[in-house]
Design a binder for this molecule. Structure first.
Ligand SMILES: *[C@@H]1O[C@H](CO)[C@@H](O)[C@H](O)[C@H]1NC(C)=O
Ligand SMILES: *[C@@H]1O[C@H](CO)[C@@H](O)[C@H](O)[C@H]1NC(C)=O
Length: 177
């Protein structure tokens, strides 16, 4: 049987591994308590919700809304002026999942007439993943691919992370034997 002294570092690494796994991509349903993408009761409701959360690369947001509404991802300028005429992307399936595949701000507005003006708009700030153990590709590198309909945009980061975790697991195993 392995002595306690050799066991402890192994256990510590296993605990670390589970923490890393739990910090893997999370899903946020937009809108807090009401969980609904609709004209809010107060104009800054969505951004208050967003500010209370920490978004990291690879996380996704889910927007739920009725048939009359839609989600437009827009530039900052179009976000500020509620300009719906040239969205980066638009969605109207009623249950939209958007993966946050780069750091920096994302801007969303409602595509329904007059809704954005009433506060149905959302700015999501995605943290650059420099802190902690999370390794991700440079956001600059990703930038031009952002608009492509890539199914799994965070592959690069995932690969790196899996490699890193594999390495840790190996170290943990060695410490245990
Ligand atoms: C959707 O839009 C139609 C036409 O403008 C309107 O009659 C209907 O009440 C709307 N439905 C909802 C759920 O807002
Ligand atoms: C919205 O954006 C389009 C394209 O950039 C522009 O032509 C139009 O004037 C803008 N509309 C408003 C109301 O700012």
């Amino acid at each position: 049987m392995a002595s306690l002294q050799t066991l402890i570092p192994g256990l510590a690494i296993l605990v670390l591994l589970s923490i890393i796994s739990f910090s893997e991509a999370r899903e946020f349903v937009v809108g807090g308590k009401r969980s609904s993408w609709e004209v809010p009761s107060s104009p800054d409701e969505f951004n208050k919700w967003a500010e209370a959360n920490r978004f990291q690369i690879g996380d996704s947001i889910v927007l739920k809304y009725g048939k009359n509404d839609s989600v437009l991802e827009v530039t900052e300028a179009d976000y500020k002026t509620c300009n719906k005429s040239n969205p980066i992307k638009s969605y109207n399936d009623g249950n939209t999942k958007i993966t946050l595949d780069k750091s920096g701000p994302f801007f969303f507005i409602s595509g329904a007439e007059g809704h954005c003006e009433k506060g149905q708009k959302l700015e999501i700030k995605v943290l650059s993943a420099k802190h902690g153990l999370y390794l991700a590709p440079s956001p600059v590198e990703n930038h031009h691919h952002h608009h492509a309909p890539a199914p799994a945009p965070s592959n690069g980061g995932f690969g790196l992370r899996t490699g890193f975790m594999g390495g840790l697991a190996a170290v943990g195993f060695l410490a245990l034997v």
